[in-house]
Ligand binder design. Structure first.
Ligand SMILES: Cc1ncc(COP(=O)(O)O)c(C=O)c1O
Length: 344
């Protein structure tokens, strides 16, 4: 039998484990649009408590959770500030403008190395002439920033700046679990810094579907209406929420193993001068500017040997570790990628 593929394109490719499937199959369910799904209600209460907030709302995707949160903190016509590489302005297909009428302005892409003073200088106050800034969004960990972790001190300074200016702080925390494991910052400490968070169960945590918006009870009551308007009101969603609860119970601490696998990949390819940034979590960003191969050629050569990588741009690519790639898969990826980079 052919070796199975080593899929390093994303941590979204994981499949539910037998234990997770069992939890899904036996979940108690009800109609969540009526607020009657006990498993969804339990998940929402659990995630709110983890982040030290009053409430949370289950949403089908991270993109919808982000967009619900942005609509909570930025009225139509007003402004959101974020990194030019942020997921909310790169991969959400213009949703902030299309659904929320939100105007987005970005700082130059710096991943996790953001300078709070640069952000502070961009804030535009209320007034007749300019678009008022209502919110700042950060991404923890930063996806296009190579899985970088924004230091707690930077986030605290942003909180102070936002507080002084009356500007809300949103966290796209699709991979906040990875930051928590990498830096040892309690989730509630992150939670205390943000007005709204979106957190994802279907990336490193391995659930098939699901994200949550986290915030005050008042915000989450409004979020419920926005979710329904966007077509995200689900019915017996407890089947999915059960996967999320299982993931929170069993798959957070194990992220350290994914970080170690990413570090091994990074160490192996570093001598080829293609590592875009230091690797902190489960993402390994490649900068092929000086390599003989461009990103498509690298991906094609690796695919021919059963290793899948993501192409992000003509000369940028990404490897992602997750629970469905074991140590033998990493060995194979190291062998294939080092050979391709050396010989092709
Ligand atoms: C940082 C970040 N935010 C949000 C999302 C969106 O998640 P979804 O694909 O569930 O919409 C992703 C997806 O990869 C992501 O990496």
């Amino acid at each position: 039998m052919a070796d199975p593929l080593v899929d390093l394109r994303s941590d979204t490719v994981t499949r539910p484990t037998p234990g997770m499937r069992e939890a899904m199959a036996t979940a108690e369910v009800g109609d969540d649009v009526y607020g009657e799904d006990p498993t969804v209600n339990a998940l929402e209460a659990e995630v709110a408590a983890l982040f030290g907030h009053e409430a949370a709302l289950f949403a089908p995707t991270g993109s919808m959770a982000n967009q619900i949160a942005l609509q909570l903190v930025v009225p139509p016509g007003d402004e959101l500030l974020c990194d030019a590489d942020a997921h909310v302005v790169t991969y959400e297909i213009g949703a902030a403008a299309a659904y929320g009428g939100i105007s987005s302005r970005t700082w130059s892409p710096v991943g996790a190395d953001l300078d709070p003073d640069v952000v502070a200088a961009m804030i535009r106050p209320e007034g007749y002439h300019a678009v008022p800034t209502r919110a700042i969004a950060v991404e923890q960990t930063h996806n296009r920033g190579g899985g970088g972790v924004i230091p707690l001190a930077t986030l605290r300074e942003l909180r102070r700046i936002g507080g002084d200016a009356g500007v809300a702080l949103h966290c796209d925390g699709a991979r906040i679990w990875h930051a928590h494991v990498a830096d040892g910052v309690p989730l509630a400490e992150y939670g205390a810094l943000f007005d709204t968070l979106s957190v994802c169960l279907s990336k490193g945590l391995g659930a098939p579907v699901g994200s949550l918006v986290v915030g005050s009870a008042d915000k989450i009551a409004r979020a419920r209406v926005i979710r329904k308007r966007m077509g995200g009101g689900m019915r017996q969603a407890g089947v999915l929420a059960a996967a999320g609860r299982y993931a929170l119970a069993h798959h957070v601490d194990r992220l350290a193993a994914d970080h170690a696998k990413a570090a091994r990949l990074a160490e192996a390819i570093a001598p080829f001068g293609v590592l875009a940034t230091a690797v902190r979590t489960n993402l390994v960003p490649l900068d092929l500017a000086k390599a003989r191969l461009d990103a498509h050629a690298l991906a094609a050569a690796a695919r021919a040997e059963g290793v899948l990588v993501s192409v992000l741009g003509p000369r940028t690519a990404r490897l992602v570790t997750h629970q469905d790639v074991d140590d033998a898969g990493i060995d194979r990826a190291v062998e294939v990628l080092t050979r391709v980079l050396r010989d092709t």
